[in-house]
Design a protein around this ligand. Structure first.
Ligand SMILES: [Zn+2]
Length: 344
């Protein structure tokens, strides 16, 4: 009986090997196919062709690697045959992770999270809401209430963090508030106790603030070397009271991966608006912009403006808790799409 059970386990492990879990890596500046293959122990020259075949949709001109893009490594022919043994370590870590997690940052009513899928297992997200600490960001006004950009951007970002966690992603909140949690209120009381990951006081000077959060992201990037990573920065814009703007997206100048990411998110918003408010029309846009956080972080990034904090229609998007949740859901769906495209 013991023997039969043991054989059965081996069969299961064997089956796993046919689902072929490729190892992946993220291309960094200066990486080339030959060098990366060599670093990973692929010394035979025929691996070059398997690599190109496996990743052809993601290579640049003359088979160059695109920085920030995630590539699959070929399977080593000699290890596949002893699959039962090697594939034990190929079981994605997330499969062993618990189905329920508790994270206090989401607040009393949202701290318990049930992992609903593994769609994003292996993906790492750095989520950064704009401003915080001594800097409230843009300020608007509605029915005698002051609306602070940092509070609304934070709430949407936190909702997105929870959504991504539910799909098995690893998520880092860069700007953090120990006692706000997700708030189902229209008017979010402003406070100044946000900190920067892991627990640093946020300085008042804009440049020091940006440097601090970017350093946090870049350090976490190093700790997660080789894994799929994205930085998502969320703000609320401040414009003339008459200017109604939609959710729109910036990417860093020259970042192909960032541009793909921004386009994917925008397309998701177009689809969602067409589905839920067919007569509304959506005029969000994607453009490149020279912004400190995107330029100086080594992780492919997108910078999102949720609307104009001074415009009545845009205010509804951020004031009504269900709308904040919808925006976070749409962003999650767009990010899943981006991840699927990237690991294909
Ligand atoms: Zn801002």
């Amino acid at each position: 009986m013991y023997k039969i059970a043991f054989a059965f386990i081996l069969v299961l492990l064997g089956i796993r090997s046919y689902s072929q879990n490729y190892q992946t890596f993220e291309a960094k500046k200066g990486d080339g196919i030959y060098a990366v293959l060599k670093q990973n122990g692929f010394t035979k020259s025929e691996y070059f062709n398997s690599f190109v075949e496996l990743n052809k949709s993601k290579l640049g001109k003359d088979n160059t690697l695109i920085i920030g893009q995630v590539y699959r490594l070929p399977l080593k022919t000699d290890t596949v045959s002893v699959a039962g043994k090697t594939n034990v370590s190929n079981i994605p870590l997330a499969d062993k992770a618990p189905k329920k997690v508790v994270q206090e940052i989401f607040g009393k009513s949202y701290r318990e999270i049930t992992i609903k899928s593994r769609e994003l297992s292996g993906a790492i997200y750095f989520l950064e809401s704009g401003h915080g600490g001594p800097d409230p960001g843009a300020m608007g006004n509605l029915e005698g209430h002051i609306l602070c950009e940092d509070e609304y951007a934070y709430d949407v970002t936190l909702r997105l963090a929870r959504n991504l966690t539910e799909c098995g992603a690893t998520v880092y909140m860069i700007i953090r508030d120990a006692n706000d949690g997700i708030r189902d209120e229209q008017f979010l009381a402003p406070d100044k106790d946000e900190v920067c990951y892991p627990n640093l006081e946020i300085p008042l000077s804009q440049l020091s603030r940006l440097r601090q959060s970017t350093a946090a992201v870049n350090q976490l990037h190093r700790q997660n070397k080789g894994k799929f990573q994205r930085l998502v920065v969320i703000h609320v814009d401040s414009r003339n009271i008459n200017e109604n703007i939609d959710v729109f997206f910036y990417h860093d100048k020259g970042s192909v991966t960032g541009q793909h990411l921004a386009n994917t998110l925008k397309q998701t918003f177009e689809q969602k608006y067409a589905e839920h408010q067919p007569n509304r029309g959506y005029s969000g846009s994607v453009s490149e912009r020279n912004l400190y956080v995107m330029k100086n972080s080594v992780v492919p990034s997108v910078f999102i403006e949720l609307g104009n904090i001074n415009h009545v229609r845009d205010q509804k998007r951020i004031i009504i808790p269900d709308n904040r949740q919808a925006v976070a859901n749409w962003l999650r769906d767009g990010l899943i799409e981006d991840y699927k495209k990237s690991i294909k």
